[in-house]
Design a protein around this ligand. Sequence first.
Ligand code: SF4
Length: 466
Amino acid sequence: MFVSSMAGDWLTMPAAAFRAFVSHELPDDSPYLADLQARHLAVVDVSKSSLAPLLSQYRSRKSYLMGGQALHIFVVSLRCHHTCSYCQVSRQGVNAQAFDLADSPAELAVERLFDWPSHELTIEFQGGEPMLNFEQVMRITRLIVARNQQEGRALRFVLASTLHDLTEEQLDFLAEHRFKLSTSLDGPEWLHNANRPRPGRDSYRRTIEGIERGRRRLGDDAVSALTTLTKLSLAVPEEIIDEYRKLGLHSISLRPLSPYGFATKTVSRTGYATSDYLTFYKRAFEHLVAVNQSGYAMDESYAALLLSQLFTSFGHGYVDLRSPSGAGLGAVIYDYDGRVYPSDEARMLAAMGDPTWCLGDVSQPVSAWLESPAMASVLFAGVAEALPTCSDCAYVPMCGADPVEHYARQRDTVGHRPTSDFCQRNMGLFDFLLERFEKGSAEDQRLMQRWAMRQDPVEEALHVAA
Ligand code: SF4
């Protein structure tokens, strides 16, 4: 049995010992009782016990609440050169300039950015393809940097782009402001080009050139890549990982398709069940272990995040696995038309014609967004510890609530966990990682603990790329 405390400290114990524990029949000299006490799961002598250590652990794990809204995504254009069938943002053609963020809402969005109290601000530019409105990326960056002269916040800039056709002038600007680049690379050439068509069928070549140019100018660590997994990808986990290794990348993010944008229209061609994703993931994990054992260090970002939740007591910056939800409480999205959303998925739903999650627009004060019906819905269904099934789940201290995804998939913000893809995915991965750790060799266990402790921010590697 996996037994966890409210602060996420845990142990595993035989079912018989667990049953004896919950019926108050565990003998005083049981080694499990000592372990349960040390992990604040049992109090034997009330006069000698204190809740202080448990509360301190709880505060550390939820430390993201104190940080406030740290991730701010500026959608500078919905235009894109690609016609990906799994596109989640309902992109527009390259000449559709009506879908670019104009100067006036951009200026108001920068003002609103500084209305938030967070000391650390990550500003991520997204699209469509943000390079198609690079003038606005530069303008917003300069406005933010100028305003920050008085504000003194810690700024971090990220560009989520295909990185195609990067020019030296653009790289100079990105280097000056120490941008991190996040791109999409779906695997080997045949797979990437099949997933991401564009005229000339040269998306792979252009992406590789962009990654290399970006790394040469900004440094190896400044460029990360994400995969989007289609049905085609599920058959070739080894090929995808080997491609990342060939390019000298030390981290891969194996994320499933989300139910937004064009992905909803092509689900029969590109989509798959969560059980198929988990089968793929387990195969990919074994290959990653073999790659690491051969001497090449590479981790998987989502496994690193879940392992950090299991093996450390720290909070994290990843907004999609938090309770209370990271939507609106950890992230804010300023869309190309000046509307504001609590998560990237919320703006994707709006692009599909469903504005349920719109907080308001950049002409309004932040307080109006926080009082909006959309924010009330996030808060209503955004605390996992208070949701049906989650409230009884031993993984809840490490898991999160995602009302927007449950609304998108089940038309219900609370959602039904036994049929929830979000739950099946997270529970399946927690089960797998725990079992893999327990049955793994000492070398495998060391590897998983290293992933849990990795220094660079996991959330950055998990951001949505163009
Ligand atoms: S979503 Fe599933 S795995 Fe996560 S806490 Fe809820 S019931 Fe547990």
